[in-house]
Design a protein around this ligand. Structure first.
Ligand SMILES: NC(=O)c1ccc[n+]([C@@H]2O[C@H](COP(=O)([O-])OP(=O)(O)OC[C@H]3O[C@@H](n4cnc5c(N)ncnc54)[C@H](O)[C@@H]3O)[C@@H](O)[C@H]2O)c1
Ligand SMILES: [Zn+2]
Length: 277
């Protein structure tokens, strides 16, 4: 399996990295697999009996902004403090070694690919980014970088420092992330990224593309659907699906049932072996 993956990497002329929450697990970040997974990561919400979908609701920024920012402020601090694991760099070196074009498509809002040195204009964040803000009413249509520092009371998951406000209307801002039941999310930043991605695909459609999918869950299947669309629509594209629990995919695509870091490191070792032959 690792040797097969290594051959796909060796021959790749372009790379698409599709990543879900599982990509961050080996950097120490939680994934949210179902209510239980979410409550293991956030025991405070288990005590309140609130699911991920209930916490990730834009309504809180209007009705109880300190609660809304409790969840997103905690995650902002966590993602700012996180160091991307070695797997991010392994893929970046494959891209550089092959002199290949690439694109990252992720449902993660954590900015870890940028942190690991991937270029902003080669990343598509389909659900937005926690590192950008917008007005909760989208009053001015603007999206701007999140430079706010937000202190959280961990026990109650409430923000205790001053909250960032919209310069236009004075209401409390919110992250530029697509939440549940969200009518005010400003999609412009993501739309521009999607346009760049579609251009990348049309430029590279004749090339041998390695699609490396990592840690994408099946509950919200956006990322898995993206990998499969490329894998089945483009003749020279092959998907490598890395996931310890739900790696299944039909051949010629490759299922790799293990964690991100392990899968990438073992593929790197196999690549070193076949390149020496
Ligand atoms: N870091 C983040 O930005 C973050 C974190 C959690 C959830 N979310 C949001 O939650 C939603 C659901 O996302 P999802 O489907 O990606 O997450 P999910 O939590 O539903 O699924 C995570 C997947 O990762 C796999 N996984 C677990 N450990 C792994 C490891 N070590 N290596 C590789 N894979 C591993 C799991 O088997 C699962 O399939 C998305 O909208 C996403 O934006 C974002
Ligand atoms: Zn406003």
């Amino acid at each position: 399996m690792f040797t097969q993956a290594a051959a796909i990497i060796r021959d790749a002329e372009a790379f698409v990295i599709t990543a879900g929450a599982g990509m961050g697990v080996d950097s120490g970040l939680p994934d949210f697999r179902g209510d239980q997974g979410f409550w293991n990561a956030y025991p405070a919400y288990a005590r309140l009996g609130l699911s991920f979908a209930e916490c990730a609701n834009p309504q809180h920024f209007a009705s109880d902004p300190r609660f809304g920012w409790g969840f997103y402020g905690h995650r902002t601090n966590l993602y700012r403090a996180t160091v991307p694991h070695a797997g991010f760099h392994i893929i970046r070196r494959w891209i550089e070694h092959n002199g290949a074009d690439y694109f990252v498509v992720t449902s993660n809002v954590d900015g870890q690919f940028q942190k690991a040195g991937y270029a902003e204009e080669h990343i598509c964040e389909v659900h937005g980014s926690i590192h950008y803000l917008q007005c909760q009413t989208a009053c001015n249509g603007r999206i701007w970088p999140n430079n706010a520092s937000i202190e959280i009371d961990g026990a109650g998951m409430r923000a205790i420092s001053p909250l960032p406000h919209c310069p236009e209307c004075g209401k409390v801002t919110r992250p530029n992330i697509l939440m549940f039941g969200d009518w005010n999310w400003l999609a412009e930043r993501t739309r521009a990224q999607e346009e760049r991605f579609e251009r990348f695909l049309s430029d590279n459609k004749e090339r041998r593309i390695a699609v490396i999918e990592i840690g994408a869950g099946s509950a919200i299947p956006t990322i898995r659907a993206t990998s499969e669309r490329i894998g089945w629509d483009l003749e020279h594209a092959t998907v490598i699906r890395i996931n310890p629990r739900e790696a299944e995919i039909r051949p010629p695509h490759l299922a790799m049932p293990c964690g991100a870091l392990e899968g990438l490191q073992k593929t790197q070792e196999a690549l070193a072996r076949i390149e020496n032959h």
